[in-house]
Ligand binder design. Sequence first.
Ligand code: FAD
Ligand code: UDP
Length: 389
Amino acid sequence: MNQPYDCLVIGAGMAGAVAARELAERGGKQVLVLERRSHVGGNAYDHFDQDGVLIHQYGPHIFHTNNRRVFDYLSRFTAWRNYQHQVVANIPAADGRQDLPVPFNLVSLRAAFPPEQAAALEKKLLETYGAERKVTILELRESSDPDLRALADFVYEHVFVRYTMKQWGQKPEEIDPATTARVPVFLSEDCRYFQDIHQGMPLEGYTPMFQRLLDHPNLTVETGVDASARLTLEDGCILLDGEAFEGLVLYTGAVDELFGCRYGRLPYRTLDFTFETYAQDFWQSHGTVNYTMDQDYTRITEFKYLTGQELPGVTTIMKEYARSYTGAAGEVPYYAVINPENNALYAQYQAEAARYPNLRLLGRLAEYKYYNMDAIAARALELCDELLK
Ligand code: FAD
Ligand code: UDP
């Protein structure tokens, strides 16, 4: 083998960056990272817009984890700004519009119902499920108590059904139950979106964190390079630039693309983002406002809440519109559409990948899973434990 590299990592998002660093640093390997985009960081990439506002190009990213190893690991590459994300659902009301905390909690309950009715429902909820419990909307809808079922219908109608239709093109009961379980009804006054022990934002942003992760003498990073132009997979053998590559190949892109979509495209949802900048300090009341009853977009995020950037007189917001991914140039597959049929199609690609002994699939796209950043970092660390033992 004439190749100067021991390992090839495709994609410089969380999966690729953490794994590449581990292979280079802990494993002492010479690692080549190929990234199709013009930048590192994957979907967590952030940058300053033309008005100097730090924005997240591919949707709002808030770091949160209960995994101590992941938190300590990433803390080597960034300091953190303590940020506890709060979200409200903005819904039409008799006298205009109303904000309800999401996840729907005891504060939302008291805002949505007259005091006596709210108190009675709260008592029943606490007696049935217990304080500080998280109950999924699908579970609450199965309650045998008619009052709790009516409450479930209210939450379903006001928080879940239209948002989920916009995001997935399907009703909550038609999608993977783990998806709506991410935002349960929370029998608490805690109005934070996440309850993880560690949560916050990289102090200087995600991109500098990724740049530090990838800054190692054993690491070469090439951006603006689509691996498909350099890599050939043929009968169990991998070629890099036309020569056999026998080192480890870690692939973090969409697995159907790796095999020319030969069994058909894996379904994903994509997002269209629109950015608007206003000459004012702040535009909305919270970091993210969900539009659960109307509008074509699912949510609006105002980045200054997340980043804590002090920049008077200017602010940028982002609207998210979801639709099916078609594979057209420039489209990004953001969310795997997880169901038994699509999992079976994924398994065909997985079996294809297994024919290449030096190929490993890692990441939200390559594993066709709904992973948060911390889960991806954990998987990258665990995979490297296995590879380097
Ligand atoms: P990616 O970030 O997608 O990185 C894969 C990289 O591989 C990409 O940069 C891609 O360009 C590159 N690539 C693909 N194919 C090729 C190829 N052929 N050649 C070269 N390069 C290639 N997680 C959280 O923890 N908190 C949040 O608040 C949060 N918010 C999110 C909001 C949105 C809208 C979305 C879509 C996701 C959010 N996530 C959040 C999830 C988070 O984005 C992922 O967990 C994480 O980015 C996954 O990292 P990854 O490396 O697996 O994938
Ligand atoms: N969801 C909803 N209404 C909301 C928030 C979430 O119906 O106000 C549902 C919806 O199906 C969504 C899922 O819960 O896709 C998960 O929401 P989350 O905020 O975790 O999605 P992400 O930030 O990953 O897009």
